[in-house]
Design a protein around this ligand. Structure first.
Ligand code: ZN
Length: 162
């Protein structure tokens, strides 16, 4: 496995629409492995391929340790509710934001074997599905945030009072 470079906010790759994966090649499997390693080394819970400069519809998520979700061509097929919470992004260092997201989402995606899987998420996982799938369409959470938070001198982010 290899650690990949994570692109940050003003990199054009983050603003492009990623293309679907048409065939799960050994290269795609290596990319999934490398994305997982890169995400873990960066202490993240989700990573989308455009964040490492690959414009393909691929996401890895690990909201619960050792429960790795590998999503190829993910789609939100249903969603409901609304929740407001704090969100950050490995591609937007030094900021957090208050973002509204659905409180429940159902996602369909191919796994690494090319089998269509359905996932349901609430709370952190729902937020993560939405955030990562947005990356595949060139959308950053900062586009949707009601408020952007910056750390104070101790590196702590202010509580949301907005
Ligand atoms: Zn992100």
């Amino acid at each position: 496995m290899a650690q990949l470079k994570i692109r940050t906010e003003h990199d054009p790759a983050l603003r492009k629409k990623s293309r679907p994966v048409t065939e799960i090649t050994p290269r795609i499997l290596t990319l999934l492995d490398d994305m997982l390693e890169t995400m873990r080394l960066a202490d993240g819970v989700g990573l989308a391929a455009p964040q490492v400069g690959v414009l393909r519809r691929i996401v890895v998520i690990e909201v619960t340790p050792d429960e790795v979700l590998e999503l190829i061509n993910p789609k939100i097929v249903s969603q409901s509710g609304e929740m407001t919470g704090v969100e950050g992004c490995l591609s937007v260092p030094g900021k957090q934001g208050i973002v509204k997201r659905p409180s429940f989402v159902r996602v369909e995606a191919l796994d690494r074997n090319g089998v269509l899987q359905t996932y349901e998420g609430t709370e952190m996982l729902a937020r993560c599905f939405c955030h990562e799938i947005d990356h595949l369409d060139g959308i950053l959470y900062t586009d949707k945030a009601d408020k952007i938070l910056y750390p104070d001198e101790n590196g702590e982010y202010e509580d949301s009072k907005a």
